[in-house]
Design a protein. Structure first.
Length: 592
């Protein structure tokens, strides 16, 4: 469609009548056809009309004349104006004609929509301003834009209801329709086809006002019971609709099989019936041979799934690669493996590996299971510079049916990156010895030696209960503390699972009574900035710990009286352990 754009200053200067064209109905600016667009200014047109007694016509007037050759609706938009700008439409000249409509825009840029014009009638469109308000101006610049709009025009703006999944039966289609036309409609038809088959039509009897949007629920259900891809093409039909280009929309759903036989292995090289599919916003997912600059080969040739086989993913992408359905009712230790390649260095692209147990209605990030290798999702701005093999054994999924997985990719937004690739996805029952966990210990004062009694373990993780840890099989640990009992936790990892054992370890400082308590004074208590220690004995060492046994201060001394600055300590309960000639004294104090 051709659009006329003129600049009034240049045109008026060419004809040498700048002060007259557009000033009155005698010398109006003629509009010959629509759409129409022009820039102008009322600075030299004079104040010639008072239109419908409006104060917004008190400034200089710029007058346009237009005679439509057919009945039509138009939208009239004025932009780039000053504040307090008025837009007026009259049948005939404003001083003697009939007032049709107006918009008095306090902040400027007035707009008129759905203005009905009759064939053969001469209309005057006037732009003016409210110059007598004390705030407005006598003149204003403007850009005038006039377009024809359809009397009848319905469009489909959304489709919903069809959900991909496994073991589907039937589903209901929801169609959201908007009335873009100038006229209200009393009803319309919605028709659809499934995979190009026969047309199903339903009549919607409800009225839809101009500018209104409504979602219609179709009464006929769509049969999705056969496994495969369903493409549903939908059309809204209105007699006399003047724009047929926006009447159609399409949606799809996939009924995938539920996989029950394991091991399951998919290398994406056989493109028939693997049941993986891509979806989402601005999705660039594709299956084939990757030939981009960095991601340039499958891990098992020739094919893999990649966010763009030949180049960069979309910056604004939020897409998913979705798996078929899996039934884990026969698995106790489901092991999930796959290979990935990510090229998103120095960006904010994110990849999550997620699962669903409700046919894809909700998704949850899959955490690393009891035994995992290289499984560290979500991935953020990572460049692997090649393929990485990962695995995880997740007992939490054991026994579930109707499980789906997906790789969710969120684009880099501010930079171009190639994104993410997947190959060699597999699921199997992990087999191996189930470990047991246990330990014994021997404590000699603060010194504890642990003996691991676990079986079937390949690695170990110790938590000594004092914020210290170890991965040794039989660790030795020294507690810097006082008489106390610590909960020690040992986690052992086998081939397919892990197990935890916890026991209490008692720490007893046997020589704590060797110094008379009356000969050691710790003050003040509570203390704020200075903690004083006064004793008849020579102090060798002072250790301050928190209530977990973590060492906060370790001070070597050689005096009988000492002041310690504790102003940097956070408020709370602490212990001070004083050593003198291999004897130990422990005192609790409060920092406030």
């Amino acid at each position: 469609m051709r659009k006329i754009t003129l600049t009034l200053i240049a045109m008026l200067s060419f004809f040498g009548v700048f002060a007259q064209i557009g000033s009155t109905c005698t010398t109006p600016y003629l509009i010959n056809s629509l759409p129409f667009n022009v820039d102008g200014n009322t600075d030299s047109t004079g104040n010639n009309y008072s239109i419908n007694a409006s104060a917004y016509s008190d400034g200089n007037d710029f007058v346009f004349e237009y005679t439509p050759i057919a009945n039509e609706y138009v939208n009239i938009t004025v932009t780039n104006t000053s504040i307090l700008c008025g837009l007026f439409v009259t049948e005939g000249c404003p001083d003697v004609g009939t007032f049709i409509t107006s918009n008095e825009a306090v902040v400027g840029n007035p707009l008129l929509t759905n203005v009905y014009l009759t064939s053969g009638v001469t209309y005057f469109i006037t732009i003016s301003s409210n110059s007598l308000s004390g705030f407005g101006t006598e003149t204003t610049a403007f850009n005038l834009d006039i377009i024809k709009i359809a009397a009848k025009d319905l469009t489909i703006i959304a489709l919903a209801g069809l959900q991909s999944g496994c073991s589907l039966t039937t589903d209901t289609l929801f169609v959201t329709v908007e009335n873009l036309g100038a006229e209200d409609v009393s009803g319309y038809d919605i028709s659809y086809t499934v995979n190009g088959g026969g047309t199903v039509t339903e009549t919607i009897s409800n009225a839809l006002l101009s500018g209104e949007t409504r979602t219609d629920t179709l009464t006929s259900t769509i049969d999705l019971s056969t496994q495969g891809l369903y493409i549903v093409d939908v059309t809204v039909e209105l007699l006399g609709d003047e724009n047929l280009l926006n009447d159609n929309a399409s949606t799809n759903a996939v009924n995938t099989p539920e996989i029950t036989t394991y091991p399951y292995s998919e290398n994406f090289d056989n493109l028939t019936n693997m049941w993986w599919f891509a979806e989402g916003t601005n999705s660039t997912w594709a299956i084939g041979t990757p030939v981009a600059t960095l991601i340039n080969a499958a891990n098992s040739a020739p094919n893999s799934w990649v966010t763009n086989l030949t180049g960069n993913a979309d910056r604004n992408e939020n897409s998913n690669l979705v798996s078929p359905c899996f039934n884990f009712s026969g698995l106790n230790f489901p092991k999930i493996t796959f290979d990935y390649w990510m090229e998103a260095a120095s960006s904010i692209a994110i990849v999550n590996f997620e699962y669903s147990t409700d046919n894809g209605l909700t998704w949850t990030a899959l955490s690393a299971g009891s035994v995992s290798t290289n499984f560290n999702f979500p991935l953020l701005g990572t460049s692997t510079a090649g393929w990485v093999s990962v695995s995880t054994v997740n007992e939490d999924l054991a026994g579930y049916s109707n499980i789906k997985f997906r790789f969710n990719y969120s684009g880099a937004l501010i930079s171009d990156v190639e994104g993410f690739a997947i190959d060699n996805f597999g699921i199997e029952e992990c087999t191996g010895t189930t470990p047991t966990a246990g330990f014994t210990y021997v404590a000699n004062g603060e010194h504890v030696e642990f003996t691991n009694t676990s079986t079937g373990a390949t690695s170990y993780s110790w938590d000594f209960g004092d914020l210290q840890s170890s991965t040794d099989e039989n660790p030795v640990h020294d507690y810097f503390a006082f008489d106390n009992a610590y909960l020690v936790t040992l986690t052992v990892f086998g081939d397919c699972s892990s197990i935890t054992f916890t026991d209490s370890v008692a720490i007893i400082i046997t020589n704590i009574e060797n110094i008379s308590l009356s000969n050691i004074n710790v003050y003040p208590n509570p203390a704020n900035e200075i903690l004083n220690i006064n004793t008849n004995y020579v102090i060798d060492n002072v250790v301050i710990t928190d209530i977990t046994g973590k060492i906060i201060e370790n001070i070597s001394l050689n005096t009988q009286q000492n002041s310690i600055n504790i102003s940097d300590l956070e408020n709370g309960i602490y212990f001070v352990k004083i050593t003198s000639n291999n004897n130990v004294f422990v005192k609790q104090f409060v920092k406030n």
